[in-house]
Design a protein around this ligand. Structure first.
Ligand SMILES: [Zn+2]
Length: 181
């Protein structure tokens, strides 16, 4: 996995791309929660699930199915006033789905561990992208080791900088598109 900081950065970047309206703290906290929650599956290590099983690390919680369920749950519980199936409801659903799915997608760009089970529970196959520039951060990584610095450096280059560029381009695009005053 990339470190949780990097998953959180991806979440905040997606939130900024989603809209540049001012959003309540709750919106940002839920975004970060969605992006880091899939790694709660490290608890599976203590249950002894075999490596690569549907319930192991990077298993079902890294799937698109999980992302959809979590998004539905969040929109239902945290945005109760939003009329179901309205345009804004769909936008929020897609947004929280994308934030949660970003976790597995980033994991699939790392150079180690097992791939992410994108299609669980229907198919337990683990997937990686053909191009995997991000150094994997082992569970329980000690950040101040030299290995930790390597991981942070690669996440900075391959996630933080692209995230900042993405946010900046959307910011610019919105400014240019806004009617002249
Ligand atoms: Zn993960």
């Amino acid at each position: 996995m990339p470190t949780i900081f990097t998953h959180a950065v991806a979440a905040v970047a997606l939130g900024k791309v989603y809209s540049d309206e001012k959003r309540p703290a709750r919106f940002w906290l839920l975004s970060i929660l969605c992006a880091v929650l899939p790694d709660a599956d490290v608890i599976s290590f203590s249950f002894g699930f075999p490596r690569g099983s549907m319930f192991g690390h990077r298993g079902i919680t890294h799937s698109l199915f999980f992302a959809l369920l979590l998004a539905l749950l969040i929109v239902r519980l945290a945005f109760k006033k939003m009329p179901a199936f309205s345009k804004d409801w769909w936008k929020l659903l897609v947004y929280f789905f994308a934030v949660t799915a970003s976790h597995g997608l980033l994991d699939a760009l790392t150079d180690g561990g097992t791939g992410a089970a994108f299609f669980a529970p229907f198919d337990a196959t683990r997937h990686f992208f053909p191009w995997r520039p991000i150094e994997v951060s082992p569970v329980g990584l000690r950040f101040f080791s030299s290995r930790g610095l390597e991981v942070i450096k690669s996440e900075f280059i391959w996630v933080w900088i692209p995230a900042m560029l993405l946010v900046a381009s959307f910011w610019l695009y919105r400014r240019l598109r806004a009617p002249m005053k």
